[in-house]
Design a protein around this ligand. Sequence first.
Ligand code: ADP
Ligand code: MG
Length: 159
Amino acid sequence: MGIWQSTSVNRRISVLAEQVTHSPEETVLFGRKLAEYLRPPCLVLLEGDLGAGKTTLAKGIVAGLGVASEDEVTSPSFTLVHEYGSASKVFHADLYRIEGARDLATLGLEDLWSQPATLLVEWGEKIGDDAPHPCVRIRMQYLGGDDRQITVEQQWADR
Ligand code: ADP
Ligand code: MG
């Protein structure tokens, strides 16, 4: 399913980083470093199973962007979208409970782009491949115990 109207023909992808972390703290630190490379408008798709560490990584990213402390960042799985920052906005969404394109459209993610923002989306795989914004795709994989593999890709649409 995809809500984004797209005319993209080609998609360029490059792997920015790949790392195994061994604790939640390491994942938060990784998120803080990653935040240095994010410039709005930026869509960050966080992918991976329940417990893979998407919210934990989001804590680091939001803190690294300087709009909230780690502790202020909680899972938006019930509220669906959290908003941080004032001048420069960061939105943190969770699509776990979203089923189908109509549900997704109701959430109104498109409307969040009235000004350049950073949009972090857990269960980003539900958005589809046609995002119109510069896009970072982060795959998180449970390796057992406290080990998590984090793969960060940058995507551009040539159009
Ligand atoms: P998700 O949002 O993907 O469902 P969460 O970030 O909410 O995942 O939960 C990840 C859980 O795994 C937390 O309880 C966290 O403490 C634990 N954990 C253990 N090791 C790691 C690690 N290396 N990175 C991230 N989380 C970890
Ligand atoms: Mg989560």
